[in-house]
Design a protein around this ligand. Structure first.
Ligand code: ZN
Length: 498
């Protein structure tokens, strides 16, 4: 067997182009920025899961491995141009340093925007292709909340996106990409792509039956002869870039017609199901009414609009304010990104009373700061929670404060809630709570569903409100459902043009 050489690297963030918070190098450093030793030092960090898998698979096949940059920043606004220039340069230098390679695998997000560059992944893949030449197999793993662009499709041999939301299939997709890339380099397959525009905007959890059946159709399609990979790239609604949109991406083995037919088939199935798969959510008042009517908890309220994972500040107080006004008790709420309040709690200590100005520190989307007098129940200098695929998500210095029957988890590293240990790690008995209010859109689902009696999605005001028609898009197509009720049906996209 020929010995192959793999180069792997990662650069991930999801850019909310409406967010005023610029993403800087410090934001990448906060999450763990590595140059070749990421899989050794932090194999369980979320942005190293795929690369750790590739290392295992390549090692098992006796390949040589060169590892480069691994970087991730919590979603926010556009990445600072110097920061992007530095990270891009570092990754390309690492590739050059690796010498001759057979396969390049990249762990990307797909919705990264830097100041002046709307398609960072396309820019990066083009630069990589220029270095490697045409004979190296280039594959990239994408989050399904990506913007699929011609530059990306043209420059890579293979792009594979997650199929599940919550993204609990990262390892499976990483395995799939590795297997296909190794077949490309062995000249066993010749992937040809086809892309169809689904003409839809939104967020689509795959945990409900209608989306689950589309995922099943994709998996069934992949079993047909000559079919290599089927992705449904949902798109990221809060990215105002030309190529934003929900798209199918299919690779067939040397057969463009087959790829196009499959890309349209899934796009049409998705489009036809648009009413059935549309997210259901309630207003704050409707959600609290529903929670009050349910005798036994825990009832999980998902504060979708303040999800750090979509670039929100994670310190909005709208839902909490309403819970106070209602006299909601036996509740926990978090995680508020508010380092100032955390330090105030550390200053007084566990058991003492602290006066804090909670949240509301990032403009109108955060709502007002709430003046709270509460008892400090717990402090932790290095708090963390379990993330997707068993990864470890840092929360930093954190505090738990109790006031008026509500426990409030406050953290110093901005992150959405993925798992109950965001609260249990601070001593909260989550199963005893009637209401668990999480700042998260959907990734909480995998680990909260087993303990929740009911899950209610709440459309509070906030940075990523699901009212897409109110977003002031300048670059992306507005001719998509539900912004336009008469949006045209899906169509194939030409990916050769820019
Ligand atoms: Zn995502």
């Amino acid at each position: 067997m020929t010995t192959r050489k793999l180069f792997m690297a990662g650069l991930m963030t999801e850019t909310n182009t409406f967010s005023p918070i610029i993403t800087t190098l410090a934001d990448f450093e906060e999450q763990g920025l590595y140059r070749g030793d990421g899989t050794r030092h932090a194999p369980d960090a979320l942005h190293l899961l795929a690369m750790s898998h590739w290392r295992k698979l390549a090692k098992a096949d006796g390949w040589d491995i060169a590892e480069g940059l691994a970087a991730f920043a919590q979603p926010a606004g556009a990445t600072d141009s110097d920061c992007y220039g530095f990270l891009r340069g570092a990754l390309l230098d690492d590739l050059r340093q690796a010498g001759e390679v057979d396969v390049v695998l990249l762990n990307l997000h797909g919705a990264m925007v830097a100041e002046g560059i709307d398609d960072c992944e396309g820019d990066l893949l083009q630069a990589i292709r220029q270095i490697t030449g045409p004979d190296v197999a280039i594959g990239a793993l994408l989050d399904l909340h990506a913007h699929l662009t011609p530059a990306m499709v043209r420059s890579a041999d293979l792009l594979v996106s997650y199929k599940h939301y919550p993204h609990d299939d990262i390892a499976d997709r990483a395995d799939e990409l590795f297997r296909l890339a190794s077949e490309v380099v062995d000249r066993k397959i010749a992937p040809v792509p086809a892309v169809a525009d689904c003409r839809l905007i939104g967020l689509w959890p795959t945990t409900g039956p209608a989306m689950a059946s589309i995922v099943d159709s994709m998996t069934d399609l992949e079993k047909r002869p000559g079919m290599l990979s089927v992705s449904l790239v949902h798109g990221f609604p809060w990215g105002d870039v030309k190529h934003a949109g929900s798209r199918t991406l299919v690779y067939a083995d040397g057969d463009t017609g087959k790829a196009e037919a499959a890309a349209l088939e899934i796009a049409e199935q998705f489009h036809t199901a648009r009413e059935a798969v549309a997210s259901r959510y309630r207003s704050i008042e409707e959600a609290l009414d529903a929670a009050a009517d349910i005798a036994h908890g825990p009832i999980v309220l998902a504060d979708m609009a303040d999800n750090a994972g979509g670039g929100a500040p994670s310190d909005a107080t709208f839902l909490l304010q309403a819970m106070f006004a209602r006299g909601t008790t036996d509740a926990v709420s978090g995680c508020y990104f508010d380092p100032q309040s955390v330090e105030r709690c550390f200053a007084v200590g566990v058991g003492a009373s602290a006066r804090i100005e909670l949240g509301g520190k990032h403009g109108a989307a955060s709502g007002p700061s709430l003046s709270i007098e509460g008892r400090v129940m717990a402090l932790k200098s290095d708090h963390w929670q379990t993330g997707l695929g068993g990864s470890r998500i840092p929360l930093g210095r954190s505090a738990l404060v109790e006031t008026r029957g509500i426990l409030i988890a406050i953290c110093s590293v901005r992150a959405q809630v993925f798992a109950p240990d965001a609260f249990t790690g601070l001593g909260v008995d989550v199963e005893a709570m009637h209401v668990i209010a999480v700042k998260s859109t959907q990734h909480f689902h995998s680990r909260f569903a087993p303990i929740a009696r009911e899950i209610i999605y709440v459309a509070a005001p906030g940075a990523i409100s699901p009212q897409y028609d109110l977003l002031s898009f300048a670059k992306r197509d507005r001719d998509v459902w539900p912004i336009s009720r008469d949006a045209p049906p899906p169509r194939l996209l030409e990916m050769k043009a820019t």
